[in-house]
Design a protein around this ligand. Sequence first.
Ligand code: TRP
Length: 369
Amino acid sequence: MKIDPWSSSDVKDYGKLRDEFGIEPFSPLLSKMKDPMLTMRRGVVFGHRDFDRVVNAMNRKEKFVMLTGLMPSGRFHLGHKMVADEIIYLQEHGASTYLIVADIEAYNMRSKSLEELREIAINEYLVNYIALGLQPKNCDFYFQSERSSDARKSNAYYRLIGMASSRVTFSEMRAIYGEISPEKIMSVLTQVSDILHPELPEFEGRCPVVVPVGVDQDPHIRLSRDIASRMKGNGEYNFISPSSFYHLFLKGINGGKMSSSNESSYIALTDPPEEARKKVMRAFSGGGATLEEHRKKGGNPEVDVACQYLTFMFEPDDRKLSELITGFRKGDLTSGDIKGYLADKVESFLKEHQKKREVAKKRIENFLK
Ligand code: TRP
């Protein structure tokens, strides 16, 4: 099994992936959490690395950092919203929030100009984060190309990129990432510094750090953890190894992978609500081939995209959700019933969200220092 962070393919078997890469199952942590997220309760968040440290810090109201990065490519869709909800949940539960625009990585790996990337990062990502509830308090939103106007901080961040490079070998990199190139090496080491630098004395100092990301980013997490312990080993730095947790990917509308490069596979948060409704109505269905067959044999909610969207985010009420899923499984509810129900939810969410975006646009400056 291989994970390529720059062209992640669809994950078929999450259990196998978890075991192969030493990711811990998430569910044992639930009993220790006072207020787990919906996706955590429902098993959508399936694994973690050392997230217990962060749960402890949350419970004891101690300092911790939540940090994640975004590649400003294309439009912000429901898959991105899953990570945004995690960011906001952690911020609401006391995290100092670091949001990184991976513009150097996108410049190197996607050949876009820094100006264009800045524009996408702000108007697509930041505006949506704010509309979803991100607060400026304790939030450090920065660009890899421009860490801070405070030279002391900026120097510490770029110094760490340079120093991290001697804590990993070329063959290790090749084993993790396959084909390796100068721009990949640079992107990887920059990301390692992104993940480790909050613990430097110029920033928060030693404390737990959690990185919510897609599981396609796990190779970077593993490498950062290795580099952290090697730097600790030689006595220079005393990092606590960074933590992470992972959710199942949200399926694309067509039942395959949701991909920014395929318009018809996703619902963007700026899609006109009526258009999103149409997308929902043509979503891949797990219903029977004919209505008659569906009534007799029932449907398969595991592969049904509408059932999945309700489970992942659009039906917060557990009782209602189980009613819908059971009804569909038995054949009492048709694919059209489920899609119609979801379409209403999606439409009203988007209408509301797009109003919030207009307010959010006026608050951008509070996040850009
Ligand atoms: N590589 C990440 C992506 O492709 C972006 C990123 C950069 C990142 N730095 C990070 C993610 C630090 C998590 C933590 O989306």
